[in-house]
Design a binder for this molecule. Structure first.
Ligand SMILES: Cc1cc2nc3c(=O)[nH]c(=O)nc-3n(C[C@H](O)[C@H](O)[C@H](O)COP(=O)(O)O)c2cc1C
Ligand code: SF4
Length: 492
């Protein structure tokens, strides 16, 4: 499992197809996602670009970003994880109110225009729980710690001093703020220690919090509303975000130990997901594309494994979803400790490395690394008689890789996130027999580093010929003035 110090694995050699070979390839054959037909089996998975306004409205930069991906005419683009709740969440798109509809409608129009109707645009819809930045110890002890008798008892034992029973709370707080980590370990609960060292983070298991307890009553309606808005805005479908570190994935996780019927057993853990699917279907009808992204493996201790994913896949297929997109890892549970003032980022630990694997992940490298998970799920749902397509992603960056996955029946659709970021025209170049012009992703995650810092995402390869001291007039530039916001144009 992924230590980033492993020597880099070389990129797979690429033999690109001629136009005729591409025309005959499975990769460029149509596929159905329930009610919609997709012209080719090429897919740009969701990638947040950090380009919306602070209140989640679509900007010109969003339009240009998705328009640029659409110029490469993939079968499908999935627009970034878009919030279904009307709460502040930084420059990520939101679909939590009617006021977002004009911007979202324009976005759909732009993608359809730019791809001349070839590309289907889905939108990924997401719910997430509160995550706070790692506090200064003084702030944590003064503001966040709820002082209890257990703390006083632990302090008494740790300092062998009985006076802690009666010490005023502010004195106790000040003492802890100035204490050493060993004292903190002795006095705080495991959860409080985590809040101190990583920042406060809510979990679906926190059923003592009323708003967490009532998630099963709230979320189906919120997802349903969002899906209805997606349909109204003209999106070709929705992708329910049941993957990575977010609320719905946490319900599916084996670490979900809720005792209210929505956790504990596998049936309990999948129950809310099925209720969300049902609510969405009821709202948008059978003639609208509804699929989902979830994890083939959480890659955390005590987490869900491929057996769970196979069982869930069958449940989702029975519930009538139109596609399954399989991802891996990306959890908070094993993420690295953030610096003070920063929030924990779910792609920094071993599970995160599996989610966006780099050339240094291990000796197997990132290339097609997650395919076996999609293959296991696909094989089980096919055996049960379901025809819905399965999307795989993770280090797919050559024609031969992609075509082999399809020919072997391991997946039905090829998702390429970072390779498409490096070169949004890469599918089109392959289709036109001009693969030797593909700008190849190097899988070292400069883009992910920007995402982590909540900076506008770009690819380092775009800047190779960019002169920041003398930028072309009219070229959109990042806030820091150092990077171009869009890849160079390509003439087909
Ligand atoms: C900058 C960036 C942003 C991402 N944002 C999302 C997201 O919003 N939703 C999601 O499901 N995955 C997201 N991902 C993960 C990708 O969709 C994809 O699963 C991952 O990068 C592995 O595929 P790849 O090797 O083809 O890049 C993001 C990846 C990157 C690099
Ligand atoms: S920044 Fe690096 S990893 Fe990201 S898309 Fe570009 S080449 Fe690939």
């Amino acid at each position: 499992m992924g230590a980033r110090s492993t020597p880099p694995v070389p990129l797979p050699e690429a033999r690109w197809p001629s136009e005729a070979e591409a025309a005959a390839a499975k990769l460029f054959q149509p596929v159905r996602l329930g009610p919609i037909e997709v012209q080719e089996r090429t897919w740009v998975p969701a990638m947040v670009p950090w380009r919306a306004t602070e209140d989640g409205t679509v900007t010109t930069e969003n339009l240009d970003w998705y328009g640029r991906f659409a110029a490469g005419r993939p079968g499908v683009i999935v627009a970034e994880a878009t919030g279904i709740r009307d709460i502040a969440s930084g420059p990520l798109m939101r679909i939590s109110h009617e006021r977002f509809l004009p911007g979202l409608t324009e976005l759909v129009q732009r993608v359809h225009d730019e791809s001349e109707g070839r590309t289907r645009l889905l939108i990924q819809i997401i719910d997430f729980l509160t995550v706070r930045r790692r506090p200064e110890p003084a702030t944590f002890f003064q503001r966040y710690l709820q002082v209890s008798d257990a703390h006083r008892a632990a302090l008494k034992a740790h300092t062998t001093d009985d006076r802690w029973d009666d010490v005023p709370e502010d004195v106790l707080r000040a003492f802890l703020a100035g204490a050493d980590p060993e004292t903190w370990q002795a006095v705080l609960s495991a959860r409080e220690l985590r809040d101190l060292e990583y920042g406060y983070r809510e979990e679906v298991n926190d059923t003592h919090l009323p708003h967490v307890a009532e998630l099963p009553q709230i979320l189906p309606g919120l997802f349903g509303d969002a899906a209805e808005r997606a349909r109204e805005a003209g999106f070709d479908g929705v992708e329910l975000h049941f993957a990575h570190a977010y609320t719905m994935a946490s319900f599916l996780s084996r670490t979900n130990n809720r005792t209210d019927g929505y956790g504990g057993t596998r049936e309990g853990r999948v129950r809310l997901a099925l209720e969300v699917i049902d609510a969405v279907r009821t709202r948008v009808g059978d003639d609208y594309c509804v699929g989902l992204r979830y994890l083939g493996d959480e890659v955390i201790e005590g987490g869900s494994r491929v057996e769970d994913a196979v069982a869930y896949g069958l449940d989702f297929a029975n519930a009538g979803v139109d596609f399954l997109s399989v991802s891996k890892g990306g959890k908070f549970d094993d993420a690295k400790q953030p610096r003070v003032g920063h929030a924990v980022y779910p792609y920094t630990g071993p599970s995160g490395h599996e989610c966006m694997p780099t050339v240094r992940i291990d000796e197997d490298g990132p290339f097609g690394r997650n395919v076996p998970l999609a293959a296991a799920i696909r094989s089980a749902i096919r055996e049960a008689g379901h025809e819905i397509p399965v999307v795989t992603s993770g280090g797919i960056c050559t024609f031969e890789q992609a075509e082999a996955v399809l020919q072997n029946g391991e997946a039905d659709i090829i998702g390429s996130a970072r390779q498409s970021l490096a070169d949004p025209d890469w599918f089109r170049k392959m289709r036109l027999g001009r693969g030797d012009e593909v700008r190849r992703c190097v899988f070292t995650n400069y883009c992910e580093g920007l995402d982590q810092m909540h900076k506008q995402v770009t690819c380092k390869l775009w800047d190779k010929e960019f002169d920041r001291n003398n930028p072309e007039p009219g070229l959109p530039i990042s806030h820091d003035g150092k990077r171009r916001l869009l890849p160079p144009a390509w003439q087909p």
